[in-house]
Design a protein around this ligand. Structure first.
Ligand SMILES: [Zn+2]
Ligand SMILES: [Zn+2]
Length: 229
C-alpha cells in the first residue's frame, strides 16, 4: 500500500465544513477531497441556495449526496441538489424510504415548505462503504430514532456523521412514528462505542463531541448511566 492510498493518507486529503440549515439548524456537512475538489453533502436538509453558494465558494464539484435518515431537516434539499448536479443519493437504510416519501407532508405539518420527496439511489447497511474520490467511508445501521438511520464514519480521520442518533449531552428523540428508545440505546452502545473513544462526531444538531466524552458525560448513555439501568 502506498502512502497516497493508505487510510491515514486519506484523512489528510479531507476537508469538512459544517453548514447549519433549516429552521431546525440542522448540521449539513460538506466534505471534500482536496486533491480533486470532489465533494459530498451529508444531510442537505434545506436552504439549497446556501449549499450551492458554499460549493461555489470553495470551488467544489458535487459528486455524492449522503443521507443519515429520512427526516425533512436532513433530506429536504436532496432531490433539488440531485437534479441540479446529476449526482446519486446514497443512504439511508431502506427502512427509511417511507420517510423520504413523506418529506412534503412533513414540511406542511411542521410549517416549513420547500423540502421535496426523494428516492435513494442506493440503500445502505452495516459494513457498506462510501467512496468520495480516493477516500473511503464506512457505514453502520443505527436504528432507534428512525428504523433506517445510518452513521457514516472514517476510521483513521476519526470523524463520524451521526445524524440524530446522539448529540453532545443528549440522544435522539424516539417519540416519532417507528422510533424506539431501547433500540436507540443498543445502536449507540453496540454500534458506535466500538468505533473508539477518540472518534469525534458531527451530530445533526448542536456542537461536535466525541464518543469518549459522551461515555463520560452524557446523562442518557454514559457508562455510569448504563450501569445504573
Ligand atoms: Zn431526525
Ligand atoms: Zn434532525
Amino acid at each position: 500500500m502506498t502512502q497516497e492510498n493508505s487510510n491515514a493518507g486519506q484523512a489528510a486529503l479531507m476537508q469538512i465544513q459544517i453548514i447549519p440549515v433549516t429552521p431546525f439548524q440542522q448540521n449539513c456537512s460538506l466534505i471534500w477531497e482536496t486533491t480533486t475538489n470532489k465533494a459530498a453533502f451529508v444531510d442537505p436538509g434545506g436552504d439549497s441556495d446556501q449549499l450551492i453558494a458554499a460549493l461555489e465558494h470553495f470551488n467544489l464539484t458535487l459528486d455524492r449526496i449522503w443521507l443519515t435518515h429520512g427526516h425533512l431537516d436532513h433530506a429536504g434539499a436532496a432531490q433539488t441538489l440531485k437534479e441540479k448536479y446529476d449526482v446519486p443519493i446514497e443512504g439511508p437504510h431502506k427502512e427509511d424510504q417511507w420517510l423520504l416519501d413523506d418529506i412534503e407532508a412533513q414540511g406542511a405539518k411542521y410549517g416549513f415548505p420547500g423540502g421535496r420527496n426523494t428516492r435513494s439511489d442506493r440503500y445502505l447497511d452495516d459494513g457498506d462503504q462510501l467512496k468520495l474520490g480516493e477516500i473511503t467511508f464506512d457505514v453502520v445501521h443505527t436504528p432507534g430514532h428512525t428504523p433506517g438511520h445510518v452513521v457514516i464514519y472514517h476510521q483513521d480521520a476519526k470523524i463520524a456523521f451521526v445524524g440524530d442518533v446522539i448529540f453532545q449531552g443528549s440522544i435522539g428523540r424516539t417519540d416519532f412514528p417507528r422510533g424506539d428508545h431501547q433500540t436507540l440505546l443498543d445502536s449507540i452502545t453496540q454500534k458506535l462505542w466500538p468505533l473508539g473513544e477518540d472518534m469525534r462526531f458531527v451530530p445533526g444538531h448542536g456542537n461536535m463531541s466525541s464518543f469518549g466524552q459522551e461515555r463520560k458525560m452524557n446523562p442518557y448513555v454514559s457508562d455510569s448511566a448504563m450501569n445504573r439501568a
